[in-house]
Ligand binder design. Structure first.
Ligand SMILES: Nc1ncnc2c1ncn2[C@@H]1O[C@H](COP(=O)(O)OP(=O)(O)O)[C@@H](O)[C@H]1O
Ligand SMILES: [Mg+2]
Length: 394
C-alpha cells in the first residue's frame, strides 16, 4: 500500500468507534430506558387521535437533557406509523423554535409540513396563517404540532403566535390541531398569558432529571452501538454518568462526554478509552461551554469578568476592588461605567453562570464582603473575552 492509501485507510477505520453517530444529540434510540412512565403518559394523551378525536394539548417541561424531545418524537413516530394502518389521518409536525425563531418561520414550517410552498420572505404572517387554515379546511386530518424550546420564540416575539395557534381550532371545520409545547425553562409557563397557559396546559407533564445510575443505563445501551467491543475501560461509563449527574442529570452531557472521551482517545491513537480521557473530555467540554456563555454576555458583564480574571494570580479581589478596576477600565475605553450596585448584580449573575465563584468572607470589624475566585482557566476566559472587538482593543 502506498503512504497516502495508508493514511486514508486509517482515517476510515477507527480503533474506538463502530458508529459514533449514535452518540449525537439528534439520534433517537429504539429504547429509552427510565422514561417508561413519560412515554406512556404522552402516548395515552395522544392516542385519541387514532379514534379521530383531537388529543388534549400537552405541555412538557423539565431541565435540558431529560429526554423531552426524544420521548415526544419517539411516541409520535410510533403513533403515525400506527395511524397509517388505520383509517384516521394523523399528521405531526416538529418545530424547534430556537431554530425556526420567528413567527413567520414557524408558520412557514407548518405550511410546508402540510405540503404548501411558501417563499422565504414576502408574505405576511396572516397570509401564511390563512393558507394553513385553507389547507386544513380542505382536508380532514388531526395535526399534532410539536413546538419545542417554545420559550425561545416567546422571549423573542411574545406569545401572540401561541395565542393564535391555541385558538386555531375555532377557524377549522373538518381538521383539528393539537399542540405539544416543550420547554427547558420551568418558570416559562408562569410567564404566559393566562389564556394561553390554560389552553396549552390542558395536560402537563414534568420530566425529572436522571440520577447517576439511570445515566449509566442510558450510556451502556448507547455504547453497545457506538463503540468497538473492549474499547471502553471499566470505569468510563460510571465516570461519565457521575460527572453528568453532579450537575443535573443531563443525558445530553453524559453522551457528549462519552463521545468526546472516545475522540480524545482516538486522537492520541489509544485502543481503549480510559478515565483519564474522560477527565480531559470534561475539561474540553467545559472550555467550549464557557467560551459560548462568555460570547453572549453583555459588554459590561464582559468588562467585569475581564477585570476579575486579569487579577488572577494575585490575592483574590473583593467586590469593591473589582469595582475600582472596572471603573478605570471603562474610563480608558471611553465608556460610562454602571453603578457599584449594578456591578454587584453582574457579579451575582457571573457566579450563577459558573464563571466566577463569589465567596462571602467575614473581615471582622470591617464587616462582610465577597471575594471573587476564578472557576475556569485564566487563558480560556481571557481569550474568549478577546473575541469581543471592544475588549480586544484594550
Ligand atoms: N431515556 C433515555 N434513553 C436513551 N437516550 C436518552 C434518554 N433520554 C435522553 N436521551 C438522549 O439524550 C440526549 C438528550 O435528550 P433530549 O430528548 O434531547 O433532551 P431534552 O429535550 O429534554 O433536552 C439525546 O441524545 C437523547 O437521545
Ligand atoms: Mg429538547
Amino acid at each position: 500500500m502506498d503512504e497516502l492509501e495508508l493514511i486514508f485507510e486509517n482515517a476510515t477505520r477507527s480503533a474506538i468507534f463502530t458508529n459514533r453517530e449514535v452518540l449525537r444529540p439528534d439520534y433517537i434510540p429504539d429504547q429509552l430506558p427510565h422514561r417508561g412512565n413519560e412515554i406512556r403518559k404522552v402516548a395515552m394523551v395522544m392516542a385519541t387521535a387514532l379514534q379521530g378525536v383531537r388529543p388534549s394539548n400537552l405541555f412538557i417541561y423539565g431541565l435540558t437533557g431529560t429526554g423531552k424531545t426524544a420521548v415526544a418524537k419517539y411516541v409520535l413516530k410510533r403513533l403515525s406509523a400506527k395511524a397509517e394502518r388505520s383509517v384516521k389521518r394523523v399528521k405531526w409536525i416538529y418545530i424547534n423554535t430556537r431554530i425556526e425563531n420567528t413567527s413567520y418561520r414557524v408558520l412557514a414550517h407548518i405550511a410546508e409540513g402540510l405540503g404548501l410552498k411558501i417563499p422565504f420572505t414576502g408574505l405576511s404572517t396572516s397570509e401564511v396563517y390563512r393558507r394553513i387554515i385553507n389547507r386544513l379546511n380542505s382536508d380532514s386530518v388531526i395535526l399534532i404540532l410539536v413546538l419545542d424550546e417554545i420559550d425561545f420564540m416567546v422571549r423573542k416575539e411574545g406569545d401572540e403566535i401561541l395565542y393564535r395557534l391555541s385558538r386555531v381550532n375555532e377557524d377549522l371545520s373538518s381538521s383539528k390541531v393539537t399542540i405539544v409545547g416543550i420547554t427547558n425553562d420551568i418558570r416559562f409557563i408562569e410567564s404566559l398569558d393566562p389564556r394561553v397557559k390554560s389552553s396549552l396546559g390542558e395536560e402537563e407533564l414534568v420530566f425529572p432529571p436522571y440520577n447517576a445510575s439511570q445515566l449509566e443505563d442510558i450510556l451502556s445501551e448507547r455504547a453497545k452501538l457506538a463503540f468497538r467491543p473492549g474499547a471502553l475501560g471499566d470505569g468510563v461509563i460510571p465516570l461519565c454518568a457521575a460527572l453528568a449527574a453532579r450537575e443535573h442529570g443531563d443525558a445530553r452531557r453524559a453522551l457528549d462526554l462519552l463521545r468526546v472521551a472516545g475522540e480524545v482517545a482516538e486522537r492520541e491513537g489509544a485502543d481503549v478509552v480510559s478515565e483519564d480521557h474522560v477527565h480531559r473530555a470534561y475539561n474540553e467540554l467545559e472550555r467550549d461551554r464557557a467560551v459560548e456563555v462568555i460570547s453572549t454576555l453583555p459588554l459590561h458583564s464582559k468588562i467585569v469578568l475581564y477585570t476579575i480574571y486579569r487579577s488572577v494570580g494575585d490575592t483574590p479581589p473583593t467586590t469593591g476592588e473589582v469595582y475600582v478596576k472596572y471603573r478605570e477600565l471603562c474610563q480608558r475605553m471611553g465608556l460610562e461605567p454602571v453603578t457599584q450596585r449594578r456591578v454587584s448584580d453582574i457579579i451575582s449573575e457571573l457566579d450563577m453562570l459558573g464563571l466566577v465563584n463569589a465567596t462571602i468572607i467575614n473581615r471582622g470589624r470591617y464587616g462582610k464582603t465577597r471575594i471573587l475566585l476564578p472557576t475556569i482557566q485564566r487563558d480560556v476566559v481571557l481569550s474568549a473575552l478577546e473575541n469581543d472587538p471592544y475588549i480586544s482593543m484594550f
